[in-house]
Design a protein around this ligand. Structure first.
Ligand SMILES: NC(=O)c1ccc[n+]([C@@H]2O[C@H](COP(=O)([O-])OP(=O)(O)OC[C@H]3O[C@@H](n4cnc5c(N)ncnc54)[C@H](O)[C@@H]3O)[C@@H](O)[C@H]2O)c1
Length: 328
């Protein structure tokens, strides 16, 4: 493919061309580069559409390590699941980071789910106990699926406890997980079954905590991906108060994550809480888990460096394997 060609990558091509372990390795470099100040990722522009119960995020990024520039536009229409449509749609534009030439356009619906699962996979690898074998998942939507895949890529899971709200969706989710990963699932009947879990992932659109702090096991690791607005939360304030909290990007977490913003407002985290960035752990600047009993939380709101890391990897792979459709 000549360098000036412009390609389109459908969801199917993204899904078939980048594996979860590959995406986790890409997250490592993306977050390292973000925390060392190499990647340029301004706070995303958030376009509200209250009448549509929706918002659209515009996420620009320059990733020198990938020699790429990118912009992801992602729509979040909260009434979509009730219409049997995905909550999130997106497109990602990739330009050459050295000369600005347009290189590719990607469907970003699966790209988003893949990199979000991969970020939790990386965080789990860095923070969860090595012997962790039971995962609890809250939510049964698009992100929940890749959360399980991300965690399963880094730990030998014996069982996934599924906390769903709707029986039909929860059963379909369990079937999908078993087909894709071969891991046994259990639909949870009682909230205190959470005590079995070594790792917890929350991937819901909830505005209130989805579990109670006293149902957590000692030494548990939590990946919280659902809360992306200052008014949404999934994790109890008490959990954040006692846990080691690791974020994707400090400025974004403090501005966007209700799981951080709300307990701060409630005075649970002090005036100037110190959060670690996951890239600082990757770079060896900060330490991850310090004891067997410590609770660790990875709170992500999503970062364009993650999207561009995967997208530019795919663009390079496409040159070798002639993937996608040539548009110019
Ligand atoms: N951190 C990131 O990088 C990142 C990336 C993409 C999406 N997200 C966020 O993740 C969340 C989930 O996205 P999705 O694409 O999976 O959505 P989805 O609509 O496919 O799934 C949402 C799930 O949440 C469940 N849910 C909703 N309210 C709940 C509640 N009160 N208690 C328990 N479960 C509840 C629903 O039943 C459903 O299973 C959204 O808030 C989205 O914005 C975060």
């Amino acid at each position: 493919m000549p360098s000036h060609s412009f390609r389109y990558f459908s969801r199917q091509v993204v899904e078939e061309s980048v594996t979860m372990p590959e995406a986790i390795a890409l997250m490592k470099e993306a977050f390292r580069s973000l925390s060392l100040g190499e990647a340029v990722v301004p706070l995303r522009v958030n376009l509200p559409q209250p009448a549509q119960n929706a918002q659209t995020l515009f996420m620009p990024v320059f990733l020198p390590s990938a020699e790429a520039l990118g912009l992801k536009m992602v729509t979040i229409f909260r009434d979509n699941p009730a219409r049997d449509l995905p909550l999130i749609h997106g497109l990602m534009l990739v330009m050459d980071g050295n000369n600005g030439q347009p290189l590719a356009l990607l469907d970003a619906e699966y790209l988003t789910a893949l990199r979000t699962g991969a970020a939790s996979g990386l965080a789990t690898d860095l923070l969860a106990k090595k012997e962790a074998s039971v995962l609890a998942i809250f939510g049964t939507g698009a992100q929940a699926r890749t959360q399980v895949e991300g965690v399963a890529a880094v730990r030998s899971l014996q069982k996934v406890l599924v906390f769903g709200r709707n029986r039909k969706n929860t059963e379909a989710f369990c079937n999908d997980i078993y087909t894709k990963t071969g891991i046994k699932t259990e639909i949870v009947q009682q909230p205190d079954q959470l005590l079995e879990a070594d790792i917890v992932c929350t991937a819901t659109t909830s505005n209130v905590p989805v579990f109670e702090h006293h149902h957590l096991k000692k030494g548990v690791h939590i990946n919280g991906v659902g809360s992306y607005r200052p008014d949404t939360r999934e994790i109890p304030g008490l959990t954040l108060q006692v846990a080691k909290v690791v974020v994707d990007q400090r400025t974004a977490a403090a501005a966007e994550a209700g799981d951080i913003v709300l307990p701060m407002k409630e005075g649970l985290l002090g005036n100037d809480p110190i959060f670690i960035e996951i890239g600082e752990i990757v770079a060896g600047i900060k330490q991850g888990r310090c004891s067997e009993d410590e609770i660790t939380v990875f709170k992500s709101v999503g970062n364009a460096a993650q999207d561009l890391a995967v997208a530019s990897y795919l663009v390079k792979k496409a040159q070798k394997y002639d993937l996608g459709v040539n548009l110019a």
